[in-house]
Design a protein around this ligand. Structure first.
Ligand code: ATP
Ligand code: MG
Length: 352
């Protein structure tokens, strides 16, 4: 059964109000009623300007400003604008996002024969704005603590240089350096997050030797002072060829291994095996694992659990990068406790 256009308009997710050439309302759908608090029966046949007495940010009657029927004859509508509506049913102003199109059935420059107004609530946009404001506050907070420490130590050193021993000066400068590194790292992570969120992260695909990438990374950690026994790398036979961005994969592995060392405990098992998708990379440590109630949140921005946390962006970035490769990353609780992260990476395709 196909629906008539009236039923479709009635069921549309946005509020839709249509006025005819005389400015009288001829359609007023369900969403429009919900948004305005006005029943269709109270709107139909009445002048549009009375049914929707919209006001702009300065309290001016909007219809008076845009004047669809007598305004410029070349106008075809109005782009989205936030307006407020006060009706007898809703005495406190309702914020609405309003778009309008003007129909001229006789062709361009002839009189307007219909005005179609689309209404949308502002909850979605407000949520977005709140999220952005929260992000800015979090970032500012994350940047402030290392900078406060840098400023504190440098001021103290400058003011009282001669009162400190070489040893004390060195200790303070080391703290300053570590804090400067933290800021740099945070900014690098934030740039990755911005690229992921805006879809601007690009992949540079080449043939990747996954076991070599992993082994190289483990060697680097061992060279950096981690005992060799902390890692157990196992590569199962039959791995497919993988075309991927090796720098991004390095970054993903680096975060998983660093997490296992920093948040986990015991030995870190790293397994590479063929899977239904292509290749599975499993990183499993013997620590306390992620508490089940937090499992859903580990991949979100800025979420961090323990006291040993970094900024909480590592797994968010890893997920973004894995998904760009059309793979998946998931947290499973491993046998015998501990956190187990699993990446399923498809073989990918050669570039070009
Ligand atoms: N192997 C693990 N064992 C236990 N908890 C973990 C493990 N890996 C991650 N987590 C938890 O998940 C949180 C988020 O991890 P994520 O890598 O996103 O951030 P982070 O390591 O705190 O900071 P960043 O990676 O940005 O420096 C961690 O703070 C930690 O609480
Ligand atoms: Mg991390």
């Amino acid at each position: 059964m196909s629906l008539g256009w009236e039923q479709l308009v009635e069921a549309a997710p946005d509020g839709i109000v249509v006025a005819d050439g005389a400015g009288l309302v001829v359609a007023f759908n369900l969403a429009a009623s919900r948004l305005t608090g006005l029943a269709a029966t109270g709107a139909l046949g009445r002048p549009l300007v009375e049914v929707l007495p919209l006001e702009d940010g300065r309290g001016r009657a909007w219809w008076g400003c845009v004047d669809p029927y007598a305004g410029l004859a070349i106008r075809t509508g109005h782009p989205e604008i936030e307006l407020s509506l006060v009706t007898p049913a809703r005495p406190t102003a309702t914020a609405l996002l309003v778009t309008a199109s003007y129909l001229r059935a006789g062709g361009p420059r002839t009189p307007v024969t219909s005005v179609i107004v689309a209404l949308r609530g502002t909850a979605g946009r407000e949520r977005l704005e709140r999220d952005r404001a929260e992000l800015v506050a979090t970032v500012a907070h994350e940047l402030r603590s290392p900078l406060t420490s840098v400023k504190g130590f440098t001021s103290t050193l400058l003011a009282k240089w001669e009162f400190f021993t070489d040893e004390q000066r060195r200790l303070m400068l080391e703290t300053v350096e570590a804090d400067a590194d933290r800021v740099t790292r945070l900014i690098t992570e934030l740039l990755d997050v911005a690229r992921i969120d805006s879809g601007r992260l690009e992949l540079h695909i080449s043939l990747v030797d996954l076991p070599a990438v992993l082994r190289r990374h483990v060697e680097r950690l061992v060279a950096g002072g981690e005992p060799e026994e902390r890692f157990a790398v196992r590569v199962e036979p039959g791995l497919p060829e993988t075309w991927a961005d090796s720098d991004k994969l390095e970054q993903i592995f680096a975060n998983l291994l660093e997490n296992a060392l920093r948040h986990g405990d015991g030995q870190v098992a790293i397994v590479l095996e063929p899977s239904a998708v292509g290749t599975a990379v499993i990183v499993h440590d013997e620590g306390l694992g992620v508490p089940p109630e937090a499992a859903a949140r580990v991949f979100t921005k800025f979420w961090r659990g323990g006291r040993r946390g970094g900024t909480g962006l590592g797994l968010y970035i890893a997920k973004g990068m894995v998904e760009l490769h059309e793979g998946t990353i998931a947290l499973a609780s491993g046998p015998g406790g501990g956190a187990q992260f699993r990446i399923d990476l498809p073989p990918g395709t050669p570039p070009g």
